[in-house]
Design a protein around this ligand. Structure first.
Ligand SMILES: Cc1cc2nc3c(=O)[nH]c(=O)nc-3n(C[C@H](O)[C@H](O)[C@H](O)COP(=O)(O)O)c2cc1C
Length: 160
């Protein structure tokens, strides 16, 4: 039987909000990945600093993950969009063997400028895993309520 978990990175809470909602609706656990050194500021400087990390394809070292991911075969993987792609912590997850041979349902949050993130997600997931599908949510900061239906419709396409 397929077993699923939600694994996500969130800097300011929007992606976490989506993860918590998915967890409740699908009745599956969640786990948050945290870089040992995250961005320090939630002010404007987060953009050039975080964006710089993306451009340099940084893979920050992560705090130990508290669950045994070997137990799961389907992963709902969540990330905010930074500079048109997934956040650096998720690059670590995808490229450094933290997830291997998994089915990935990728969800991402952004502020209306996802760029070509779908292509970048597909490419990065495919290195070690299989992408089932990806789904974006714009403007979670303004409230998750209007986005819930679309999100649930998406989850119905995925075997949990
Ligand atoms: C460093 C950085 C870069 C960002 N780049 C983008 C972007 O390219 N396009 C966009 O729509 N939003 C961008 N955002 C906004 C976030 O994607 C958005 O607010 C997201 O929902 C935040 O998720 P979180 O609260 O889980 O961290 C950026 C935010 C940060 C911190």
């Amino acid at each position: 039987m397929s077993k699923s978990i939600i694994l996500f990175y969130s800097f300011e809470g929007s992606t976490k909000k989506v993860a918590e909602y998915l967890s409740e609706e699908l009745n599956i656990p969640w786990e948050q990945v945290k870089p040992k050194k995250d961005l320090k500021s939630k002010g404007f400087s987060k953009y050039p600093i975080g964006g710089g990390q993306v451009i340099m394809k940084k893979k920050p070292e992560l705090e130990p993950i508290q669950v045994d991911l070997n137990e799961y075969d389907t992963i709902f993987l969540g990330s905010p969009i930074w500079a048109g792609t997934f956040a650096p912590a998720i690059r670590t997850v995808l490229e450094d063997g933290i997830l291997k041979d998994k089915n990935i349902a990728f969800f991402y949050t952004h502020d209306g400028g996802p760029g070509k993130c779908k292509i970048k997600i597909r490419h990065a997931v495919s290195i070690n895993n299989t992408l089932i599908s990806s789904y974006g949510l714009a403007g979670v900061k303004q409230g998750l309520e209007p986005l819930k239906n679309g999100l649930l419709e998406w989850t119905k396409t995925i075997k949990v």
